[in-house]
Design a protein around this ligand. Structure first.
Ligand SMILES: Nc1ncnc2c1ncn2[C@@H]1O[C@H](COP(=O)(O)OP(=O)(O)OP(=O)(O)O)[C@@H](O)[C@H]1O
Ligand SMILES: [Mg+2]
Length: 306
């Protein structure tokens, strides 16, 4: 009924360390069982069990779930091939390995979270505090502005390190909008902001917040540096649980196939990918009446603050 553990050890390791580290451990556990037991169906049942058990007449094998309450019921689809004691022992061995992997992964995550918080504490109590003292000592307004913007970036970094805190989408977007407005105003450009959607009771993770901030910052920089435009428009749309941003300008535009991408476009792509989202450039195309540049960004968000 089962495939040997030695033979399939590489598969077990591959499954446990699969790239999708956010995947729930019981999704992995089910995938492992599917790999090791052929021609079976697997269903999650409510009641909790501690060990793997064979059920009479050995066409069912009950296996505890790792993290979820309940157990998996493995049913042989081939009535000629019932489960054996050997299968049960194999399932118990796999269960031990998967439980150990889960505790190990949990310990690594806890360690990383503690370390992040320690760095965040040091940055906050030491570096940010010193920056504040420096700002009070500076005399030239130009220097004060630079120091303030460094302090702001530092605070953002501290905030991102503490991965548990969240900010409401509305607050985050209001801040981003004010920042872009200020940048464009100083060079006499107009910002058109459209936000018809309801964004109450929704929160960004620190990563979503900081990545969106940096992406919109770079798109604004690119318009200021390259577009020679009179305005920049940003519209925010919530579509199911996907948040979409469309930024447009009425500048010179560019041909994506011919341009030499710098760090800016590359970083935008990386940051949006990190949010499991999508980004697309359309320049001088029908999307924007052959004018300027239009960038569509979207990424999934969780729709409650709980
Ligand atoms: N809104 C825009 N209007 C016109 N051209 C643009 C616009 N955005 C990007 N570009 C073009 O795309 C190129 C690549 O942009 P990217 O941000 O990757 O690099 P960069 O701005 O040149 O340098 P950096 O690495 O400092 O960001 C730019 O050099 C420019 O030619
Ligand atoms: Mg750039």
């Amino acid at each position: 009924m089962h495939n040997d553990i030695e033979h399939h050890l590489p598969l077990l390791i591959e499954e446990l360390s699969s790239k999708d580290s956010d995947e729930a451990i019981d999704t992995k556990w089910r995938a492992i069982l599917t790999r090791f037991f052929n021609n079976v169906s697997i269903t999650l049942k409510d009641n909790k069990i501690d060990d793997c058990q064979l059920a009479e007449p050995h066409l069912k094998l009950m296996v505890p779930a790792i993290d979820t309450r309940g157990h998996f019921e493995i049913t042989s689809l081939d009535h000629e091939k019932p489960f054996t004691e050997n299968d049960c022992q194999l399932a118990n061995a796999l269960l031990t390995i998967t439980r150990q992997f889960n505790s190990f992964q949990h310990a690594v995550e806890m360690g990383a979270a503690e370390e992040r918080q320690r760095i965040a504490r040091d940055l906050h109590d030491d570096v940010a505090a010193r920056m504040l003292t420096l700002i009070h000592k500076l005399e030239q307004q130009k220097d004060i502005d630079i120091a303030r913007s460094i302090l702001k970036s530092l605070r953002n970094a501290i905030y991102t390190l503490d991965n548990r805190s969240t900010t409401t989408i509305l607050d985050a977007i209001t801040d981003i909008r004010a920042e872009i407005q200020e940048r464009l105003n100083t060079i006499g450009m107009q910002l058109i902001w459209e936000q018809p959607c309801q964004l109450e009771n929704m929160a960004f993770t620190p990563r979503q917040h900081i990545n969106l901030n940096r992406v919109l910052h770079e798109l604004t920089t690119n318009i200021i540096r390259h577009a020679n435009a009179q305005f920049m428009s940003i519209s925010v749309i919530l579509n199911e649980n996907w948040l979409n941003f469309r930024t447009e300008d009425n500048g010179v535009g560019f041909n994506m196939d011919e341009c030499i991408p710098g760090k800016g476009i590359h970083n935008i792509q990386t940051r949006i990918k990190e949010l499991n989202g999508q980004v697309e450039w359309n320049s001088k195309s029908e999307t924007n009446n052959n004018k300027g540049c239009c960038v569509d960004i979207s990424f999934p968000i969780s729709t409650t603050t709980d």
